[in-house]
Design a protein around this ligand. Structure first.
Ligand SMILES: Cc1ncc(COP(=O)(O)O)c(C=O)c1O
Length: 354
């Protein structure tokens, strides 16, 4: 089976883990601090705060901004449910926006009509690794006074006008989950240019509750371990190699997939992080099943939009999101995919078209 994805781990990660295990210090320590410095450099911000995963990264980011009960935060529905759940978990209400079908991200045009008196912020998700329209969102923030937060869980390596995602909003968050472009097994990162937000986030990740904008924000334990950070550091040191491999695979798909297939659009202002290579085909389930029979693993992100899940029952319909959820299919783009494997993927997908 040609797996859709799996972690790509080499001897350097093994050595790094061995080094930490031998050091006698396993919890948050020097490795976490080093990863934070290195991550901040990649994103181009003064602060990166490491946490246990990308979900608590969003929760802590929201808390650090003083978001809570009575506030609304606009979010996409075509995303991993963590984005909306984090809003609910801090006591605020997510309001779902539709996507720009060209890039699958929410847009200033879809968000603007949802901004009301209780709207504090929008969380843009750089879905599949393609940046949202950061110029448009900056203009929307200026016009309406809402804050921009970035869920860049899938966004490492992606830029907008040469600036790395996660550096535009009041804060950005990343996931270092096992199948992300850069992994620490489980892990998350909060990035910000704001000294105070970084300081509050550092408190909230280790049980030092803080009052933010008059509201008590109760802290938790969201620390990353040095074992995880050591893996993450090795992975991050390979970022340009990882991104080059993914970009090469994407270009190959672009050139060789059947002309009837809708391949990913890359905005002129953007570089794609290629977390996923997601095509769109009307007969998606037929193509996926044909690929599976040919031994090719594919994945669907996301078959059920978050606003249609039980947690958010009663949310208004989102036509573009719902249409995309029926037609999107992500192909293998892990950096260790061989040329022979990619040939087989292309043959299986082209051959599955009706
Ligand atoms: C868009 C998005 N947001 C948030 C998360 C949550 O990250 P984690 O799985 O590390 O909690 C993920 C990761 O799966 C994601 O893809």
């Amino acid at each position: 089976m040609i797996e859709h994805t799996h972690p790509v781990i080499g001897p350097a990660e093994h050595e790094a883990v061995e080094r930490v295990l031998s050091s006698g210090h396993l919890a948050q320590g020097a490795e976490v601090a080093a990863l934070e410095t290195e991550f901040a450099e990649v994103v181009g911000v003064p602060h990166a705060v490491a946490v246990a995963n990308g979900t608590v990264a969003i929760e802590i980011g929201l808390q650090a901004m003083g978001i809570g009960p009575g506030d609304e935060v606009v979010v996409p529905s075509l995303t991993f449910k963590a984005t909306a759940n984090a809003v609910r978990r801090v006591g605020a209400e997510p309001v779902f926006a539709d996507i720009d079908p060209k890039i699958y991200c929410i847009s200033p045009e879809t968000v603007a009509p949802l901004v009301g008196p209780r709207t504090r912020a929008v969380i843009v998700v750089h879905l599949y690794g393609h940046p949202a329209d950061m110029d448009g969102f900056a203009a929307l923030a200026d016009e309406t006074g809402i804050e921009i937060f970035e869920d860049a869980a899938q966004g490492i390596g992606a830029t907008w006008r040469g600036r790395h995602v996660g550096s535009f909003g009041s804060f950005g968050t990343f996931s270092l989950y096992a199948t992300k472009n850069v992994t620490s097994g489980e892990g998350g990162m909060i990035t910000t240019t704001d000294d105070e937000i970084a300081d509050i986030a550092r408190s909230l990740r280790q049980h030092q509750s803080r009052v933010v904008r008059g509201r008590l924000q109760v802290a938790t334990n969201a620390r990353m371990t040095d074992v995880a950070a050591a893996i993450g550091r090795v992975q991050l040191s390979r970022l340009s190699e990882i991104q080059a491999a993914r970009t090469r695979l994407a270009a190959e798909y672009d050139g060789r997939l059947d002309g009837s297939i809708s391949t990913p659009h890359v905005a002129a202002e953007a570089t794609h992080g290629w977390h996923q290579y997601t095509i769109r085909v009307p007969d998606r389930d037929v193509v996926a099943s044909h690929a599976s029979k040919a031994g090719v693993g594919t994945a669907i992100y996301y078959p059920t939009p978050v606003h249609m899940t039980e947690t958010y029952e009663g949310s208004p319909a989102l036509p573009e999101t719902e249409a995309a959820a029926r037609e999107v299919l992500s192909l293998p783009i892990r950096p260790d995919l061989t040329a022979d494997e990619q040939d087989a993927v292309i043959e299986a997908v082209n051959g599955g078209l009706e």
